[in-house]
Design a protein around this ligand. Structure first.
Ligand code: OGA
Ligand code: MN
Length: 234
């Protein structure tokens, strides 16, 4: 099967490399409808049970191909800034990703977040998660970097209810490393491969880590929060 990149090449006779600048990017048109997901169907009762009892669930082939390409493109054409730990000190041996928060300047990312809001409503309805808004950033792990064991709520905090990570690399192989490793509510360890168009949804309090990536690894880290929205200031 042709990869998304290969399909784009043959469709548009143009090259798409994640490192290319915006000026060189092929134009693709997309709108909110391309990002619509029928969460009721995708997150079935079995998925809800798994999320409630084990604390995590994997959903594959989440978005339409167009939405995936739009997100892949946007993730590759933006400037990343070095991710900071909560204390504001950069320690790349603990956390090696470069990130950019999704704001109004990210059209595909904004549509993605609207879809995540619909997912939050679905979870609130079925699991009483009390989510009030969501936030997300693109992340890029350079070769040789990962993110050591952590929970997404630093000590003393609990605003993040559910974490969701969406993956953007085509053709990711187990040998490329970069697995998301999660210890679930039953104390079982799971190693999840970061496949394109895969969304991993998990309890933000679970311990997890990103294994060292042997390929540049693109993703969107997403948090559904119980607190009220504070306007984003860079
Ligand atoms: C994070 C994180 C997991 C992943 O950004 O907090 O845990 O698979 N990311 O990228
Ligand atoms: Mn995390």
């Amino acid at each position: 099967m042709a990869t998304v990149i290969q399909r784009l090449k043959s469709d548009q006779q143009s090259e798409l490399q994640p490192s290319k600048t915006k000026d060189q990017a092929p134009e693709i048109c997309f709108n909110q409808a391309d990002f619509w997901v029928n969460w009721e169907k995708v997150i079935s009762d079995n998925c809800l049970d798994q999320l409630a009892h084990q604390g995590w669930v994997v959903i594959d082939d989440v978005f339409s191909e167009k939405a995936l390409i739009a997100l892949q493109q946007e993730s590759g054409f933006i400037d990343y800034r070095a991710a900071q730990l909560t204390a504001g000190i950069r320690q790349s041996q603990i956390r090696g990703d470069n990130i950019r928060w999704i704001g109004k300047d990210c059209p595909a990312g904004s549509f993605y977040l609207q879809s995540i809001d619909a997912l939050s409503a679905h979870l609130n309805q079925h699991l009483f998660t009390g989510i009030r808004h969501s936030e997300a950033h693109f992340a890029c792990y350079p070769i040789g970097f990962g993110y050591q064991w952590h929970s997404d709520n630093p000590a003393g905090r609990d605003e993040r209810v559910i974490s969701a990570v969406f993956y953007l690399n085509d053709d990711w192989e187990a040998a490329d490393g970069g697995a998301l490793e999660v210890v679930d509510l039953q104390d079982c360890l799971h190693k999840l491969t970061p496949l394109a168009n895969r969304l991993v949804v998990f309890d933000s309090n679970l311990q997890h880590q990103v294994a060292i990536a042997h390929r540049k690894r693109y993703s969107i880290a997403t948090w559904m929060r119980r607190d009220t929205l504070v306007p984003f200031v860079e």
